[in-house]
Ligand binder design. Structure first.
Ligand code: AMP
Length: 308
């Protein structure tokens, strides 16, 4: 069972109320690959990096079963660079710098060895790039998930709307769902988005968990009440990687199994936010992950008796 992950591999400068780093590895595809690698092999990465991207990170990913044949290395430019500063509530942030660098002329080429992949995760990237990957696949994957952000809604809405017709699951956060539909209510926004193409919609609500919509069905998964959230960067991509990695591992794309996948994604994301960048994902063990998934189960399990 193989999974293609498309997205950025980048360097970030991050400032949160608890600390600051001027340079740490990031990018949507980096986080998604780390998370998905706990569940599925191979992961077929499609991205682009510059002359500054550490070989040690590539090697670490390869050791986890991530194929990098689809990662283009440009020798005369730096990698994509993003800088953001979080507000005190950690749910909102300001983007300070977006330096496209190598991303400016990224034209992904799907390697022949990636053809036939059953799962495709289109991480946060320009809609044109996302579409070009779908078009290069000779056989449509069983499940296509697309992640996006306000930036693309502002500058490439038309392309994004076209892509929505080609995918199965859309992942957005609550403010993006509002921006896309003009609806304040999540239920109304979800209803509208489900008429735009995707059969499933996941709305991420940061520390308030995530909601899954499909037809008239809704499922809500909480986020774990963590004592300390250190750096939320990449939580969304980590969630997505855990979600699709679990689906690929279980080979079951039913609504019911997506509920479990959402819990897995939430558990992975809860680790991501504990340290800067992907650091916590790099040191995470299987045992810690299993324990945390059990914490989620305990968090939402209750008995109720209305007979008296
Ligand atoms: P998240 O916190 O889940 O939104 O993901 C943060 C990651 O997305 C960072 O590591 C950035 O390098 C990357 N990123 C930020 N802005 C963009 C963008 N416009 N396109 C693609 N990736 C981005």
């Amino acid at each position: 069972m193989s999974l293609i992950v498309v997205g950025t591999m980048a360097y970030d400068a991050i400032e949160t109320p608890f600390g600051k780093t001027d340079r740490i590895v990031g990018g949507s595809a980096t986080y998604a690959a780390y998370a998905a690698s706990f569940f599925v092999k191979p992961i077929q990465q499609i991205s682009i990096v510059g002359n500054d991207f550490e070989e040690a990170i590539m090697e670490d990913l390869r050791e986890r079963g991530v194929m990098t044949d689809g990662v283009e290395v440009v020798s005369d430019k730096p990698s994509f660079f993003w800088s953001g500063k979080y507000h005190l509530d950690m749910n909102t942030r300001d983007t300070l710098i977006t330096d496209l660098n190598v991303l400016a002329d990224f034209k992904p080429v799907v390697p022949e060895s990636y053809q036939g992949a059953e799962f495709l995760m289109l991480g946060n990237l320009s809609p044109d790039i996302q579409k070009s990957v779908i078009e290069q696949l000779r056989e449509r994957p069983k499940l296509i998930i697309l992640d996006t952000m306000n930036f693309w809604m502002e500058i490439a809405l038309e392309g994004l709307l076209e892509n929505l017709k080609l995918i199965d699951v859309l992942l957005v956060n609550d403010s993006e769902a509002r921006q896309l539909t003009g609806e304040f209510s999540m239920v109304k926004a979800a209803r509208k988005i489900l008429t735009m193409g995707p059969k499933y919609l996941i709305i991420k609500k940061g520390e308030h968990g995530a909601m899954l919509f499909h037809g008239d069905h809704v499922f809500y998964a909480p986020a774990l009440p963590l004592e300390d959230v250190f750096d939320p960067t990449g939580a969304g991509d980590t969630f997505a990687g855990g979600f699709i990695g679990y689906l690929a591992n279980t080979k079951d794309i039913s609504f019911n199994n997506m509920k479990s996948a959402i819990i897995v994604g939430s558990a992975m994301a809860s680790f991501c936010v504990e340290k800067f960048g992907p650091t916590r994902l790099q040191e995470l063990t299987r045992e810690e992950l299993e324990e945390r998934i059990q914490e989620f189960v305990d968090l939402v399990q209750f008995e109720i008796d209305l007979s008296q």
